[in-house]
Write a protein that binds this ligand. Structure first.
Ligand SMILES: CC(C)(COP(=O)(O)OP(=O)(O)OC[C@H]1O[C@@H](n2cnc3c(N)ncnc32)[C@H](O)[C@@H]1OP(=O)(O)O)[C@@H](O)C(=O)NCCC(=O)NCCS
Length: 214
């Protein structure tokens, strides 16, 4: 495995913004899943605010993730996690998430940390960090966060469910409860099955809804 450094991104890394967006979009296309679209300008703002983490192998882009602050600092989310295909399955996503998790706990010590994802890898990593699965009602109600879902292909499912559920699973880490025993809720086989059931029901209902609207 090539040596990879994980660091807080700064203005020297603006040049990677375009590639980061392209790898995020390409990966979503390959997975056939919905994803919130990011622009290079948005990525650069995150870098400028010292809210982004980049992984580099020399000058080669290996991975990225950024912090978003919601509900006036009550919540933070770690979004846009991406590992370049050349660096996958070597534990890099896990290391990036650990890095950004510890960094954001220092920067925003009282904020609850949350995420939404359809990805089993991310659910596994979050579970190891102490997140637990929650309903969307326990996440931020900041409309700006949910606006980010507008560019996801599943957005009409989210709106048809009145923002109460979607294909993504919500996960939360509450620093006020950090000493409580970590729940071992991640079971790959069970979650994979649950994801398939959710997709079958929601995508079928969505097709019917679209036909009905026509
Ligand atoms: C998801 C992604 C970030 C994983 O990166 P990675 O560096 O390959 O992941 P890691 O090697 O750190 O693996 C972390 C854990 O997830 C598991 N994992 C990795 N890919 C997985 C997959 N496709 N399905 C299920 N589990 C997976 C690993 O086995 C590992 O578990 P372990 O700790 O028990 O060994 C990477 O595949 C990617 O960038 N995908 C496209 C973008 C994406 O899906 N981002 C997440 C959006 S929420």
């Amino acid at each position: 495995m090539k040596k990879v450094d994980i660091i807080i991104a700064d203005e020297n890394h603006y040049k990677y913004a375009q590639e980061i967006c392209e790898v995020i979009a390409d990966s979503a296309r390959v997975r056939g899943t919905g994803i919130a679209k990011r622009t290079p300008e948005y990525i650069q703002t995150k870098i400028q605010n010292k809210n982004a983490i980049i992984a580099l192998s020399g000058n080669q882009f290996a991975g990225f993730c950024y912090i978003e602050v919601w509900s006036h600092g009550k919540y933070v989310a770690h979004s846009g996690l991406i590992v370049h295909p050349d660096f996958r399955n070597q534990g890099l996503a896990k290391n990036i998430k650990e890095f950004i998790f510890n960094y954001s706990l220092k920067k925003y010590p009282t904020a609850k940390v949350f995420g939404i994802t359809t990805g089993l890898a991310v659910m596994k990593i979050n579970s190891d960090l102490g997140y637990r699965p929650v309903t969307f009602s326990e996440l931020t109600d900041d409309p700006k966060f949910w606006e980010g879902c507008k560019t996801c292909t599943n957005f009409n499912i989210l709106t048809s469910k009145e923002h109460k559920m979607c294909l993504c699973t919500g996960m939360l880490y509450d620093p006020a409860k950090k000493n409580s025993k970590k729940e071992k809720w991640f079971d790959k086989a069970v979650l994979k099955r649950l994801k398939n059931i959710k997709q079958a029901i929601m995508l079928k209902n969505n097709k019917e809804l679209l036909l009905w609207k026509k």
